[in-house]
Write a protein that binds this ligand. Sequence first.
Ligand code: PDD
Length: 283
Amino acid sequence: MSRIAYVDGQYVPHRLAGVRIEDRGYQFGDGVYEVLAVCGAHLVDEALHLARLARSLAELRIAAPMSEAALKLVVREVIRRNGVVDGIVYVQVTRGVAPREHAFPRTAEPVLVVTARRKRTTDPRFGTQGVAVITIPDIRWQRCDIKSVALIANVLGKQRAREAGAFEAWQVDRDGFVTEGTSTNAWVVTNDGTVVTRQADHAILNGVTRRAVIDIIGAEGCRLVERPFSVAEAKAAREAFLTSTTLDLLPVVRIDDDVISNGEPGLLTLRLRERYLAHAAAK
Ligand code: PDD
C-alpha cells in the first residue's frame, strides 16, 4: 500500500507531496506540530493532543486551519488511507505561504499537513534493559512549552547523543537542573520512592505521555513531586526513565558515565511502563 499524505486540502501520494518554498514553516520554522500514537487502530489521548495543538497555535497567533471536528476527520482519513493500525500520525500547521518577511503576513492562510506511518519498531530491549542518556546544556529558547517545528537545538542534542553512543540527551538549564530530553520528558525516582519530574513551566513541553503517567502514578498510590532535579540528583537516583508518544516509557540506566543504581531498570519504572502500555492499548 503506497503512503498518502494530506497537504493543504488534498490527499496526495506521500513521495510526491510537497509544500511551497515560501511556506513560513520551511523558511522560519513558523509552525507547530503534534505526534499522536495509533494503538490497535485507535488514537491514544487524542483530546490532549488536540488541546495542546490549539494552545500552541494560540500562543503563536496562528489561526486554526479548520475546526477540531474537521481535523479529527482528516486525521482518521489519513490513518485509514495508510492502513495504520499501530503507528503514528504527524500533524503540522504552519502560518502559511507568503513573500519572505519576518513579521506576520497579512494574507497568509495556515497550511495543514497530516501524515501517518506504521510504527517503526523500537528495539524491545530498550524497554527491558533500559537506555543511556548524556547531559548537555539546554540551548533552546524560553518557550519550550510551545510545540514548535523549530527543533534545531533538539536535532543537535539528539545527534550529540547518537555520537556519544547514547539514546537521548537530557538538557540542563543554567542552574544545573534537567529540563527534558530532546524529544522526551525526563523523570527520576528518589531513594524514598518519590517520582520526580520537572513542573510544566516554559522550560519543557508538557508531554501528553507525561500527563498520562502522572495520572497513573496517582492511581497506583505512588508519591509524585513536580519540581526541578539536578544532574547530580539524577545520577544518585534509585531509578530514572523517559517518556514520549513514540517511545512510551523507557527505563534510563546510565547518565553520562554514571550507572543508575545497579544498572538494571527500576522496579517502579517497569511497573509504570506496564501500566502506561495498558493505558495506550485501552480504548
Ligand atoms: N516529541 N519533550 C519534547 C521536547 C518533545 O519533542 C516531546 C515529544 C516530548 C514528549 O511529549 P509527548 O509525550 O506529548 O510525546 C517532550 C515528539 C514525539 C516528536 O517530536 O517526535
